[in-house]
Design a protein around this ligand. Structure first.
Ligand SMILES: *Cc1c(COP(=O)(O)O)cnc(C)c1O
Length: 234
């Protein structure tokens, strides 16, 4: 079972290289984050043994339990799930990156909780590119204001933008929200705000995201197989 993780990772590296080549990008600009929610420690270890070092988690307590069991300082942990304000402190203390900041209150809590002796916490603003009420993320027009507010927080280092668009099977359609996120970061760059990270692309829309400039892709299913949900994740 766990052998397949190495094979899946190899295939994924090839997909990233091929997609980058298709659009004239350097594949080394693209970081693969293994979305490991619900995957147990043995499966994460299998991925680490196959060379994977960036992992994304959605549930704070589940992630902290796994971090303790792994005790592997080589792993870089990304928080990619919705943030409840009472979990912000644990997130700030335990992760290197947070992709899902969508309001000032959460950014302030992360800033306050980040230890002075730690490096600044890398954060991305999650943008709602599909305009669906149910999706989390800040509306695109609100992004510049939130950028300026987050830049005032000394223990956070704003790195870029993230989005989770509505699912589509059509690669042209998939590119629309990714293109919007790319344009947004370009506009910010033109205003002299230096941001470089675009976290976009999952198992089904990895290529579309790379064509539009993704620098971080978050992949779960195509590494670990379909997720089995069980109780106790939160
Ligand atoms: C689970 C998850 C992913 C990975 O999704 P797959 O379709 O399994 O590749 C990526 N990003 C976020 C925020 C997730 O929660």
């Amino acid at each position: 079972m766990n052998d397949s993780i190495a094979i899946h990772l190899k295939k994924l590296h090839k997909r990233i290289i091929d997609a980058a080549r298709d659009c004239g990008r350097n594949p080394e600009e693209i970081t693969l984050i293994a979305a490991s929610k619900t995957q147990d420690v043995s499966r994460i270890k299998a991925a680490i043994a196959a060379g994977q070092s960036h992992f994304g988690e959605n549930y704070v307590q589940e992630a902290i339990n796994k971090m303790a069991k792994l005790a592997d300082p080589g792993v870089i942990w990304h928080f990619i799930g919705p943030i409840q304000s009472n979990k912000a402190k644990l997130i700030a203390e335990n992760f290197s990156w947070v992709h899902s900041v969508d309001r000032l209150k959460i950014a302030e809590k992360l800033n306050l909780a980040r230890e002075q002796n730690q490096q600044a916490l890398n954060v991305l603003i999650q943008v709602n590119t599909s305009g669906e009420e149910s999706k989390s993320g800040v509306a695109p027009q609100q992004v510049p204001k939130l950028v300026k507010q987050i830049q005032q927080l000394p223990n956070l280092r704003l790195r870029g933008l993230m989005t989770i668009p509505a699912a589509s099977d059509d690669i042209e359609q998939q590119q629309v929200p990714f293109k919007q996120l790319k344009q947004l970061i370009n506009e910010l760059n033109q205003q002299g705000i230096e941001l470089e990270s675009l976290s976009m692309g999952m198992s089904k829309d990895l290529e579309a995201a790379i064509y539009q400039g993704a620098t971080m892709v978050r992949i779960g299913t195509d590494i670990f197989g379909p997720r089995e949900y069980n109780s106790g994740n939160s």
